[in-house]
Structure formats: C-alpha cells, structure tokens
Design a protein around this ligand. Structure first.
Ligand SMILES: Cc1cc2nc3c(=O)[nH]c(=O)nc-3n(C[C@H](O)[C@H](O)[C@H](O)COP(=O)(O)OP(=O)(O)OC[C@H]3O[C@@H](n4cnc5c(N)ncnc54)[C@H](O)[C@@H]3O)c2cc1C
Length: 509
C-alpha cells in the first residue's frame, strides 16, 4: 500500500496547535493537506501524560482569547467555526498576587478588577480603570486592524489610542498615570506571559494581554490541553486531512527559490505546492533547507537578529490531600519578592534561585482534575535560556533537582505545609525537556521576544521582506502573534491564510 499521495496542496510540519489550526483552515477551504508530526500523538506542548494512574497536564495554566459561549473571542470562535467542540471551564479568578506586604486576589472584568485594586490600594479606582479602558481600546484596534488593514490617515482617525501608544513601552505609558507603586504591582503579574520587562515591552502587547485576560477571563479545557489537540486532530482527519505520526521531517526541498516538498527521516520524499513549518525559522534556515545554498543571507541575518524569548521550568506535583486541606485557596498565584518586571527579567537569565514564580492548582478550576482527596499543583518559572545553556550533561541532573527543590521549598514556606510530605507524583520539566520533546529551538516556548524594536506592529511591517523562500510559510509561537497556546492557533491560521492568498494571487496571474 502506498503511504503518501503523489502530491498534496500543502504539507504541514508539526501536528501541534499551530500546525493543526493551519491544517483545519486549509481543509475547510477544500485543500488537500498532509500533516507530519514526529511524535506518536498530536499536541506538542499542548499535551498530558499519565503517572501513577493520574492524568497530568503538561503545560497549560490558562488560555486567552476564548470568551464565554455568548461572546466568543477569536480563538474560541475558531474552534466553534471549525466544529472542534471543547468543554471549556472558566478560571475563577484573574490571579492572586503574592508579594511581600501585598496579598490580593483579583477577578476578571475591568470594573471588578479596578474595584479590587482600589480596595487594596485606596483611591486608585479611576486611574486603574482608565489604564484598563485604554488597554481595551487598543485591543479592539489591534483586532480590527489585523483583519482590515487601513491607511495611516484612516488609522489615525479611527484608532487614535492605538496609534498614539504604539511607539511607547509599557513603562512609559503606565508612568503617565502616576499610580502608586502598589497599584502598579497589582497590574504587573501577567508580564511573565509575554516575557519582557515593562521597560522593553511595547504597550500594544501589554494592552492585548490585559484586555483579553482581564476583560474576558481565561479558560482551560476540562480534559487538559490535550483535549484541544486531540479534538483538532480528529476533526482535521474527518475533514480529509492526512496526519502521519512518528514522521520527522529532516529537509524542506527547495528549487528556484520555491519550496516543493519535504524529506522525512525515514527517507520518504513527499511533494506539495506549499510547506508550512512549525519548526523554528532558526532550525529551518540553518539545517532543514535542501540545498543549503537556497537559504538567502537575509534569512540567517533575521534569525540571528531576533532575540529568543523565555523557556520554562516547571515542577508538577500530585499531592495526597485536597487543595482545601493544604490551604491552597487560588487557582493561579503569581509570587515574587518584587513585581518590578525589569528586575525579574534580569533574574531569569541565571539558574536561580528564581523568585518570580507562577503556581496553579488545577482542581480549583477543574474539581475533577485528579481523584478525590488529591490535587495537582504546578510550580513554574520561566527562565531565559542563557543560564541553562551553560549546564553540562554531567551537571544537568544535579542542577535540575536543585532548582526543583528550591521551588518546592519556597512554596512550602509560603503555604506553611511541607509539600514534600505530600507528594504522590513529581514531574520536573526543564528547558531541555521542552527542547527534546517538541524540537523548539533552545526550548523556547515563547518564540521571539517582544521588544520595542521587534513586535507585532513592526513584524507586520516587515513580513513581506522576511518572506525568504516562496511557498514556505511558518506557523508557531515564533510567528507574528507571538507566544502562548491562543496565539499559536492565530499564527497557524495566519500561515494558512498566507497560503490561500498566494494560491489566489497565482491563479489570477
Ligand atoms: C510549562 C509550560 C507552561 C505553559 N503555559 C502556557 C499557558 O498557560 N498558556 C499558554 O497560552 N501557553 C502556555 N505555554 C506555551 C505554549 O505551550 C506554547 O507557546 C504553544 O503550545 C506553542 O505551540 P506550537 O504549536 O507553536 O508549538 P509546539 O507545541 O512546540 O509544537 C511543535 C510541534 O511540531 C513538531 N515538530 C517540530 N519539528 C518537527 C519536524 N522536523 N518534523 C515533524 N514534526 C516536528 C513537534 O513535535 C510538535 O508537536 C506553556 C508552555 C510550557 C512549556
């Protein structure tokens, strides 16, 4: 039996959220799609695994851009439109911020959030609400402009707040509100989800983050993030997509500046009009293009010029008592010695001790996440990869356990419970685990850093120039919308749209 067809419209490398979103959108438009995934199951980082008979979420804390059933945001709507039926659970709070002298739980809803900040830092309601409303206005503009690009003059007339703030950092814009430090601290915790300190973080990115998460709340699938990838893969196959697992793509074949197929590690050459890659551009341009001299110098300059964003270190514990018995009160807690995001970012370049930590207790959003009388508690920090690159193979095991122990001790002290006395299962994920499992370049889950020089607005402007090989598109956290599971879906859709637009343009020519 022949394994592959003679030819496909599109080959997608990687069957995780970004790749599967691209495949769904292309199949929906009647295209013949092949997805090649090197693992034996879909999802990449959006996965779960079983230890001691208990299913454990590998990564997801919270999804953005889902929205309620009555008011779906773009990612939630895409799942609905594609017939991917996810059982979404709303996360009860925005977050609990835990820093010395400040312990505050904040809930989604712009006014609710501002009121709760005001209760902790009296007299700040109007200013905090003004910040959040500004974020919301910018967020609406970004959403509209991503679908309906317009001239600069039109933009200035219709999207004044977006245009006025687009060239400024988060710090520069927040400074204009003259808020007390404690209120600023309460607005800061989500910075880690975009991984750049406020001095360098474009206000546009901060706005999208705050308006989406705080305006509409966040969600998780009842059956862990793997519910998304499994159902997407199932639906894609129903729509005629061929998905092949355990097929590592070694090479992308290029002729006359145009991609025309791939070669897998087991030697199959498969042909298509277009290739979409979830593998990082760094990996593709340095070792996957065949022939290697088909890579333009500009492509190498681009990947060398981009700064990689954060990676992850996570300790996932299954504990032998319920959250209530252990005194864990909130689903999501951000801990720090400080909420000075610039200082936190600097600290993340080393190997610890890490003090900016995000903890999740799944059972507080999903009571059935683990068997009754137990709970799942993950302690995550998001280091930069710099420190981890210095760890030798001989040292790796020791360093990994030391860092995990430090995080467990830190949280034990905070909770007033020795977590080690309650461990049923313990899984440690390091940047190396992520790199090994997904092939992400340097284990960077967040793609390229958002900085004032290089972020969504700038990337949209340079997208054309950065298209180095015809009929080759990229999808993944490394693309325009940036990091996270929601943006991975958006990036996959964008790659599919680029393919469809080129197909239409070439058909006309
Ligand atoms: C601990 C942790 C916590 C996180 N928490 C959150 C969170 O709460 N919210 C959130 O939104 N995001 C979170 N993230 C980030 C998020 O998981 C990623 O940004 C997102 O899943 C990236 O999706 P992707 O499709 O781009 O890539 P990946 O999931 O990395 O998928 C890439 C896929 O391509 C396959 N592949 C790569 N190369 C090849 C090849 N050559 N041939 C064939 N297949 C290939 C890989 O096997 C993989 O399946 C977290 C990540 C981690 C590690």
């Amino acid at each position: 039996m022949k394994f592959y067809k003679d030819h496909y419209d599109v080959i997608v490398i990687g069957g995780a959220l970004a790749g599967l979103s691209a495949a769904l959108m292309l199949a929906d438009k009647g295209k013949d799609v092949l997805v090649l995934e090197r693992h034996n199951l879909p999802g990449g980082i959006a996965t779960s695994f079983v230890r001691g008979g208990i299913e454990i979420e590998a990564a997801l804390h919270e999804m953005m851009s889902i929205g309620s059933k009555d008011h779906r945001l773009k990612v939630g709507k895409f799942f609905d439109d594609m017939g991917v039926d996810i059982d979404w659970l709303k996360v009860p709070e925005a977050y609990h911020a835990a820093i010395p002298g400040l312990e505050v739980t904040l809930h989604p809803g712009l006014e609710t959030f501002a009121r709760e900040v005001d209760a902790a830092v009296p007299g700040t309601y109007d200013k905090v609400l003004a910040v959040l409303n500004l974020c919301h206005t910018v967020f609406d503009s970004v959403n509209e402009l991503s679908i309906h690009p317009m001239s600069k003059v039109q933009m200035l007339m219709k999207h004044e707040a977006f245009v006025k703030t687009a060239g400024y950092s988060t710090q520069e814009v927040l400074d204009t509100f003259d808020l007390p430090q404690k209120a600023l601290d309460l607005l800061a915790p989500y910075w880690i989800y975009v991984g750049t300190g406020f001095k360098e973080l474009p206000f546009t990115i901060f706005s999208v983050l705050m308006a989406d998460y705080i305006g509409y709340g966040s969600y998780i699938p009842r059956k862990f993030s793997h519910e998304m990838s499994l159902k997407m893969a199932e639906r894609a196959e129903d729509m005629g997509v061929q998905i092949e697992y355990r097929q590592h793509v070694d090479k992308i074949l290029v002729k006359d500046g145009k991609a025309y197929g791939v070669r897998t590690a087991r030697g199959d050459e498969i042909y298509a009009d277009y290739v979409i890659s979830s593998a990082y551009p760094n990996k593709v341009y340095t070792s996957m293009i065949e022939p290697a001299d088909a890579v333009p110098v500009g492509a190498i300059k681009m990947v060398n010029g981009r700064r990689l964003s954060l990676t992850a270190f996570s300790v996932i514990l299954i504990l032998d008592k319920s959250a209530e018995e252990l005194g864990i009160k909130d689903y999501s807690v951000f801990h720090g010695d400080t909420m000075d995001t610039n200082a936190c970012y600097d600290e993340l370049k080393g190997l610890g001790p890490y003090r900016y930590i995000t903890c999740i207790c799944h059972n507080l959003a999903n009571p059935d996440a683990t068997p009754e009388g137990t709970c799942s508690y993950s302690i995550t920090t998001l280091p930069r990869v710099d420190g981890w690159k210095t760890v030798s193979a001989d040292e790796y095991d020791r360093v990994k356990h030391e860092v995990a122990r430090q995080l467990i001790d830190y949280m034990s002290e905070y909770l007033g419970v020795n977590l080690l006395d309650h461990v049923l299962e313990c899984v440690i994920e390091t940047p190396m685990t992520v790199a090994h499992y997904t092939g992400m370049w340097n284990g960077c889950i967040y793609g390229y850093a958002h900085t004032m020089e290089d972020h969504i607005v700038a990337r949209l402007q340079t997208a054309e120039e950065e298209h180095f090989i015809d009929h080759l598109e990229f999808s993944g956290a490394h693309q325009i919308s940036g990091d996270g599971m929601g943006p991975a879906v958006t990036n996959g859709r964008k790659a599919a749209k680029n393919v469809l637009d080129t197909m239409a343009k070439e058909a006309k020519a």
